[in-house]
Write a protein that binds this ligand. Structure first.
Ligand SMILES: [Fe+2]
Length: 428
């Protein structure tokens, strides 16, 4: 091996074993994603291959999921395989390196999207003891013969990072375990509020579906899932007669009830490692137009996770009965409501000019040119566009919004959520 290559290998081993030590010592508790990135970076640096994917076996689903990749399109982000499926699945099942010179000629690959991007593949299983925990795959976009030297270097990287990954993974799983413990403990204290615990579980499942649909990375998915599971934890501190009251709350009780996000934060902020859950717990009743509580935040002030929970939480609240609200909405009606509340807010002044324009259009023959000039003098560029043919449609939608609905929910999230409901045949 030439000197410069040897030195590079040395640097990579130092980097990966350095990660291993810090993970062992628990210094770098949030390091799994960094470690996975460092592994694909090292592979790319040492071997003349531009495209890599690092797969890990998910304990819950027993599927291989891509956790880090380089040089591949975002399509790969949500890619999953069963153990034994395709080439990577076979490498993990048999714990043996798999090399394919031309994927187009290999019947095990049945994904056309994959074929568009890659042609040759080398797959090294990540092995700890007698178990494969994932795989490191390298790709070429032309038919290619991987050399024994390239295979050896990738083996060194895979072996080096496997132990570090295992430790970091355990670290990560212990954080999920903390969520489980907190949830169980607090639920036990509030045993009579079983419906709140069930509500949190359902919201968590819906949030998982939406994060998948939105193609969020693994860390964001996992944080959104754990936060959703705890989002109403502050409700366990509310007395049962108030929480389950079938009737109106007094003003004092309602103020107390609306304070449950803050109470939830007070519980969670004491738990080390769950700081990421605070915005979701505190802000899941905030609305984009500022009409929510407890702080009346608006738009960008509300982060992604609380926006996600806001949609799935509202859906669950509308479609499942509660002690104080036995009547529920069918999913179809509920999603129509969510869609209506995720439309862009109208501006009353703009609306009145639109209406004036429509009047002019009906009552007299006004040329496009004159109309455009009048409008330009009135409002500038924004209204010039209203001289286009779709004006009627625009006016129609603005009139709908005139009924007082504004942008409460994130339209992208509502769209993704509605798609997940359609896939489950709930909107027929
Ligand atoms: Fe809540």
């Amino acid at each position: 091996m030439e000197e410069s290559l040897l030195s590079k290998v040395g640097q990579v081993i130092e980097k990966l074993t350095g990660r291993l030590t810090s993970t062992k010592l628990g210094i770098d508790s949030g390091s799994l994603e960094d470690l996975l990135d460092a592994t694909v970076d090292a592979a790319k640096e040492l071997v003349g291959i531009e495209q890599f994917a690092l797969w890990l076996l998910d304990n819950e689903s027993n599927k291989l999921k891509i956790r880090a990749h380089k040089g591949l399109s975002d399509y790969w982000r949500s890619f999953e395989l069963d153990v034994g499926e395709s080439i990577t699945g076979k490498a993990v099942k048999d714990k043996e390196v798999q090399i394919v010179r031309d994927l187009a000629q290999d019947k095990r690959v049945k994904y056309t999207e994959v074929e568009k991007e890659v042609r040759a593949m080398i797959c090294i299983p990540l092995i700890i003891g007698d178990k494969a925990i994932g795989a490191l795959s390298g790709f070429k976009n032309i038919p290619y013969d991987f050399s024994p030297g390239e295979e050896n270097i990738l083996r060194i990287i895979a072996n080096c990072s496997a132990s570090a990954i295992l430790l970091a993974k355990r670290n990560e799983e212990s954080k999920d375990h903390i969520v489980e413990v907190v949830h169980t403990l607090v639920s036990a204290f509030g045993e009579k509020n079983a419906w709140t615990a069930q509500h949190q579980e359902r919201v968590m499942i819906d949030v998982i579906r939406v994060t998948h649909k939105l193609g969020l990375d693994y860390v964001k998915q996992s944080r959104a899932r754990n936060t959703a599971r705890l989002h109403d934890i502050g409700k366990f501190s509310i007395e049962e007669p108030v929480l389950n009251r079938n009737g109106c709350l007094t003003e004092k009780e309602w103020i107390f009830m609306k304070n449950h996000p803050i109470r939830g934060v007070k519980i969670i902020e004491r738990v080390e490692g769950l700081g990421y859950a605070i915005p979701g717990i505190r802000d899941h009743h905030e609305r984009l137009d500022g009409s929510g509580y407890p702080a009346g935040l608006k738009g960008e002030q509300i982060e992604l996770i609380p926006r996600l929970i806001a949609v799935t939480d509202s859906y669950d609240a509308m479609t499942f009965p509660r002690p104080y609200k036995p009547i529920i909405m069918p999913p179809k009606v509920c999603t129509e409501e969510l869609c209506r509340c995720s439309m862009l807010p109208y501006n009353k002044e703009v609306l009145s000019v639109f209406r004036a324009l429509e009047k002019m259009k009906c009552s007299s023959e006004v040329s496009e040119e004159v109309r455009a000039r009048i409008l330009f003098e009135t409002e500038g560029e924004l209204l010039i566009c209203t001289s286009q043919p779709e004006i009627k449609g625009l006016l129609g939608s603005f009139q709908t919004k005139d009924k007082g609905h504004a942008l409460q929910y994130d339209p992208e999230i509502v769209k993704a959520f509605v798609e997940t409901l359609k896939e489950r045949n709930l909107l027929r």
